[in-house]
Design a protein around this ligand. Sequence first.
Ligand code: GLU
Length: 492
Amino acid sequence: MEIKSGEESVVRVRIAPSPTGDPHVGTAYIALFNYAFAKKNNGKFVLRIEDTDQARSRKESETMIMESLKWLNIQWDEGPDIGGSHGPYRQSERSEIYREHARILLENGSAYRCFCTKERLEKMREEQKKSKQFSGYDGFCRNLPKETIDQYLSENRPYVIRIKLPQQDTISFRDELRGQVEFDCSTLNDQILMKADGYPTYHLANVVDDHLMKISHVIRAEEWISSTPIHILLYKAYGWQPAKFIHMPLLRNADKSKISKRKNPVSLRYYERQGFLPEALINFLALQGWSLPTGEEIFSIDEMIKHFTLDRISLGGPVFDLTKLIRFNGIYMRNLSADDLAKRITEAVIKQKLAQLQDQGYLMTILPLIKDRLRLLSEFDARTHFLYSGALTYSARDLILKGKNLNQTKNMLNKALEMYDAIADWKPGNLDSETRQFSEIVKWATKDLFMVLRIIVTGSTESPPLFESMTVLGKTECLNRLQDAIATLQLE
Ligand code: GLU
C-alpha cells in the first residue's frame, strides 16, 4: 500500500517504547519500519515515551533509547527532546489528559470503577484456577448501584477503572497485512484502564495518545495484536476513527521463539559496543521483514525508503541470524573508504573511552581483579580491555583446541550456553562448581574447557581469574560472548 498525496490524510506514525531497560533490538526494528514508511510518504515520525509504569520506568533507559536510535540514524520529527505540536511526548507528563479521558468513559458507560480489594482478586484467581474456568476479572463491580459507588467514594476507597466490554461474541478489525482479524470476546476481559495510583495503563494511554497525536498508522510488533481489540473498543467508546493497524512479524530465535536474550544479544548497546556499523544493522533489520523487489540483499536505508511498500512485508516469521549479521557487517566494513573507516574507528574509540571513564562505579568493581598485577598505570588499558569491550579479537581457529574439531567445539558451546543461562545466582563459586560439573557431563577436561571459555570471555589465554571476571561482566554479557563465539564458529 502506498499513500498517494491527496488521497489520504497525512501519514503520521510513531514508536512508543517503554523505558524499562536496555534499548531492545526489536525497538530499532519497529522504529525502522515506521521511519521508512513516514519518509516514503512524506509523513512524520513521532517518538513517544510510554513511561506510565512508575515502578519500572527509568530516565537512563529513555536516554539510552534515544542515543541508540540516533546511532542508527533513525531520527524522529517530534519527540520529548525536540518537542512538536502534539506534545508532551512523555506519558508521565500527560496525566491530566488521561484523567480527563477516563472520566469521559465513566460518564458514557464504557468504563466503570472497580473497588475490588487485592484479597478478593486473589481469591477469585484461586477459584478460577481450581475450576479451570475463564481467567480474568469476573465483573464483580460492573454494575454497582450508584449509591454504593458514591458511598465508597466518600469513604475514599481506592479503585481502578476498568473497560466495560460490550456483550458481544466477537470483535474484528482490519490489519493491513493480515486482512480481517477476529477475536473471540470470551478471551478478553474487563482490563484495567486506570490504576489506583491515578496512572493510566498501556491501553488507555496508548489509544488516547495515538488519537490526540493524530497517528494515522500504528505499525507495531505482532505481540500487541491481542491488545488491539481493546484498542478498537476504546476508539469506538470515544467515537473516534481508529488508526490503520500493521502488526509486524516478530524477530525470532533460530527455534522460532520470540527473540530473547538467552539466544541472541538483544541490547542495541551491545551492537554498538561490539563495533557493528549502524548501516549494516539497519540493512539486516530491514531484511527481517521486508525485501527489495529485485531480491538484492545489500541495500541502504535510502533504497529501502525509495522502494518501501507495506505489501512487501513478509509475515513469514524471520529468524534473527547473528552469523548473517556479522557477515553483512564485514561486507559493509570492506566497502568503507580508508578515510571513512579511520573516522569511524576514532569516533568509536573516543566514545568507548569516555563511557569507561564516566563509569567510576564499574571501575571500582574491576580494580580488585587486576590491581595486584599492575606495575604501570598505562598497563590498565591492556589488562582491562575485555571488561569494557565486547569486541574481542580471537578467531574461530583459536577456539578449536588440539584434539578437538569444529563440531565438537560448537556442540559443547551450545550446551554451555544453556547451562550458564540456567544459573540464577551468578557468583564465582557457583560458576566454578557448575562449570566443573558441566565438564564431566560433556566429557571435556577442565583444562580444555576453561581455556576455551577464557578465550571467549576475555579474548586471551591469560587473564584475571575466569569466574571472577565472568561475575564482573555479568550474566547477559557472558551469554552474549558465548553467542558471539558460536556465531564466529558458524562462519568457519
Ligand atoms: N509501550 C509499548 C512498547 O513498549 C508500545 C506498543 C505499541 O506500539 O502500541 O512497545
